[in-house]
Design a protein around this ligand. Structure first.
Ligand SMILES: [Fe+2]
Ligand SMILES: [Fe+2]
Length: 145
């Protein structure tokens, strides 16, 4: 980064991107649960899970860009967690196709909630702390939740 002003601009853009992505992922998960509440259309429920996975892929790339841009020291571990999350979600989608039936779907939705939250409460929380620490060296405060 070249200057304090440019640092702050980039940090704000990165934080906005993260916040928007996290909100969208939560929305996608809520769409899964609404599908269940509406009676559970099989194709729609699977589409919601697939959309969440697809969005997560893009989000993880965004976060990895932010981590590289800001010299995040836990980049390798955080990226490894992203890779594991994608692999786990792909397995879950495969299981939905070959093994699971509608009575299993609430458990699938619970899996995806845990899948998002655990990473958000640990790895992403550390990244947010890193960004806040960087921001504190510039001016003002950042909202990255
Ligand atoms: Fe992450
Ligand atoms: Fe994230």
């Amino acid at each position: 980064m070249d200057s304090v002003g440019e640092d702050r601009e980039r940090l704000e853009a990165a934080c906005l991107l993260m916040r928007r992505d996290h909100e969208r992922m939560r929305d996608l998960w809520h769409e899964m649960t609404r599908t269940l509440e509406a009676g559970g259309d099989e194709a729609l429920f699977r589409d919601c899970a697939a959309a969440l996975l697809s969005y997560a892929r893009a989000h993880f790339r965004n976060e990895e860009w932010v981590m590289r841009l800001t010299g995040f020291p836990d980049y390798a571990d955080h990226k490894a967690d992203h890779d594991q999350l994608i692999s786990d979600a792909e397995d879950m989608l495969h299981n939905m196709d070959v093994a699971f039936a509608p009575p299993d779907w609430p458990a699938v939705a619970t899996f995806f909630r845990h899948w998002m939250r655990k990473h958000g409460d640990t790895a992403d929380a550390r990244l947010e702390a890193h960004l806040r620490a960087l921001a504190s060296r510039t001016e003002g405060t950042l909202n990255v939740s």
